[in-house]
Design a protein around this ligand. Structure first.
Ligand SMILES: C[S@@+](CC[C@H](N)C(=O)[O-])C[C@H]1O[C@@H](n2cnc3c(N)ncnc32)[C@H](O)[C@@H]1O
Length: 229
């Protein structure tokens, strides 16, 4: 074997990027830029990938639990925490299953959210990183609905969305879960390659008409917060 080893360097940290775990993208950096973590907070990241946000939150002094459904991602989080001299409690499992009965000051996720046309779903790690079910909300809906049972008093849920998932829809879902919704941040990013491949399906799912006509060059990415009352 002579495949080489891929590393990602950011904010004085070094992250090993294993073959089957998605490397950090614009959405990962946007997510980390706007994640405000205080020392001593209990933080849960759902869908941690190789552990970029989890390691940075641990470096800020938080007690971090990071989950993923892909075993190689959970291993990568452990390796990257050790590489950067911090502790992250990395757990394998779906959504909140690995943290049953536990509460956190911050629950956060940059989850898979690309609307997925019939027949395009798969079982591999790449699909787990991107595919968000037919309308993009499959995992997000479960993260939002489960948040109140996993937030400490005055705790907050923070997650990213593409604008074509619907900003009003996102705020309404957070409100319906009993949390106080707001938009924390927004950023214009290049339109994702996989989005071009699925553009007809994205248009069919674009309930708030966020997509421009023609071939979009950019997309708005948003960070949504829901605060426990
Ligand atoms: C878009 S990637 C984000 C990775 C990393 N947090 C980042 O920002 O770069 C989404 C991650 O969620 C994981 N994932 C997918 N479905 C999940 C589920 N049901 N429960 C927990 N994690 C999941 C994927 O394996 C992937 O690592």
């Amino acid at each position: 074997m002579d495949d080489g080893v891929l590393f990602y360097a950011w904010r004085d940290c070094l992250f090993r990027v294993p073959d089957i775990v998605q490397p950090p993208k614009a959405g990962s950096r946007f997510f980390c830029h706007h994640l405000s973590v205080r020392a001593g907070e209990r933080v849960l990241e759902i869908g941690a990938g190789l552990g970029l946000a989890a390691v940075l939150a641990a470096r800020a002094g938080a007690a971090v639990v990071a989950t993923d459904v892909v075993p190689a991602a959970v291993t990568a989080v452990r390796v990257n925490a050790a590489l950067n001299g911090v502790e992250v409690d990395a757990r394998l499992g779906d959504c909140y299953a690995p943290v049953a009965g536990e509460r956190f000051d911050l629950v956060c996720s940059n989850p898979p959210q690309m609307p997925t046309p019939p027949g395009a779903d798969r079982e591999d790690a790449q699909a787990a990183a991107d595919n968000g079910g037919s309308d993009g909300w499959a995992l997000l809906d479960r993260i939002i609905a489960g948040a109140p049972a996993h937030l400490a008093p005055r705790g907050r849920l923070v997650f990213t969305i593409f604008d074509f998932l619907g900003i009003k829809t996102a705020l309404a879902k957070v409100e319906a879960a009993g949390l106080v919704p707001s938009v924390l941040a927004r950023e214009t990013q290049s339109f994702p390659r996989i989005g071009h491949e699925r553009i007809a399906h994205l248009r069919a799912m674009d309930r708030e008409a966020a997509l421009p006509p023609g071939r979009p060059a950019t997309v708005e990415r948003l960070m949504i917060e829901g605060r426990a009352r």
